[in-house]
Design a protein around this ligand. Structure first.
Ligand code: ADP
Ligand code: MG
Length: 216
C-alpha cells in the first residue's frame, strides 16, 4: 500500500527542508563560491523562509493551490536562476494536481517528472550539464522503474533517494555546460554543483518524512 501525503504533510516536509538548508549555510555557500557566484544558499534559504512564513495558510490549501503558491513564492523571493526554475516546476505541478487530494507514490512520481520536464525546458538544460537536473533525472528514472516493478513504497523511496544521491555525486567530475560555473576556468570540475546538492536535500527530506511519519 502506498503512503498518502496531505497538504499539511507536504508543508511539514518543506519546513524540514528549510531547516536542512538553514543548517548547511557554509557548505552550500562555499560550493557556489567555487562554482558560481556564492548566492545559492542565500537564494534557497530566502525562498524557504518565505514558505515557512505562510505555513498556516499553506496547510489549509488543496494541493493544486498549494503548489501554485509555493511556486509563486519561490519565483518572487529567489533572485537567481533557481527561483525561476523551481517556480516553473511548482507551477507546472499545480496544473497536474487539479482534483488530486493526496500524494501517493504515483502522484509523487508525476510531481518529480513534471518538475524535471519544467526545469529542463525553462533552463534549456539536459542531464550532464552539472546542474540540479543531474540529481533529479536519475531519481525520476529509478523511481519510475521501481514503481513499474511494483516495489513496496518504502523500497521504491529508498531507490529514489539513492539514485538522487548518486546523481548529486556525479556532478563532481562534470564540466558545467549551463549556469555560472561555465565562467570558471576549470568549469567547476572537482566540486559538486550546489543546485544538485540542494535538490538532493529536498528529495532526501521528503523520503525521511514519509519514513518517519507515514510508513513505519
Ligand atoms: P544563479 O546561478 O543565478 O546565481 P543560484 O545560485 O540560485 O542562481 O542557482 C545555481 C544553481 O542553479 C546551479 O548550481 C545549478 O544547479 C542550477 N542551474 C543554473 N542554471 C541552470 C539551468 N539552465 N538549468 C538547470 N539548472 C540550472
Ligand atoms: Mg548563484
Amino acid at each position: 500500500m502506498s503512503f498518502k501525503l496531505t497538504s499539511e504533510d507536504y508543508v511539514n516536509t518543506l519546513i524540514k527542508i528549510a531547516h536542512k538548508i538553514d543548517e548547511n549555510k557554509d557548505y552550500i555557500t562555499e560550493l557556489d563560491s567555487i562554482t558560481g557566484d556564492g548566492d545559492h544558499w542565500a537564494n534557497m534559504n530566502m525562498g524557504f523562509q518565505k514558505i515557512i512564513d505562510q505555513e498556516e495558510a499553506f496547510k489549509q490549501m488543496g494541493l493544486s493551490d498549494l503548489f501554485k503558491n509555493i511556486g509563486m513564492t519561490l519565483m518572487k523571493s529567489i533572485g537567481g536562476s533557481s527561483g525561476v526554475l523551481y517556480g516553473s516546476a511548482y507551477i507546472a505541478c499545480s496544473k497536474k494536481l487539479k482534483d488530486v487530494e493526496v500524494i501517493d507514490d504515483h502522484v509523487l512520481l508525476d510531481i518529480y517528472e513534471t518538475s524535471l520536464n519544467a526545469i529542463m525546458e525553462r533552463g534549456k538544460a539536459k542531464p550532464g550539464f552539472k546542474t540540479m537536473i543531474d540529481t533529479l533525472y536519475p531519481a525520476v528514472i529509478a523511481y519510475k522503474a521501481a514503481l513499474e516493478e511494483n516495489k513496496p513504497s518504502k523500497e521504491a523511496l529508498e531507490i529514489l533517494t539513492q539514485a538522487a544521491e548518486e546523481g548529486m555525486n556525479s556532478t563532481k567530475d562534470m564540466e558545467a555546460v549551463k549556469g555560472r560555473a561555465t565562467y570558471q576556468a576549470n568549469k567547476g570540475v572537482g566540486h559538486l554543483d550546489p543546485g544538485a546538492v540542494t535538490m538532493y536535500f529536498q528529495i532526501d527530506m521528503l523520503t525521511e518524512y514519509i519514513h518517519n511519519n507515514i510508513i513505519s
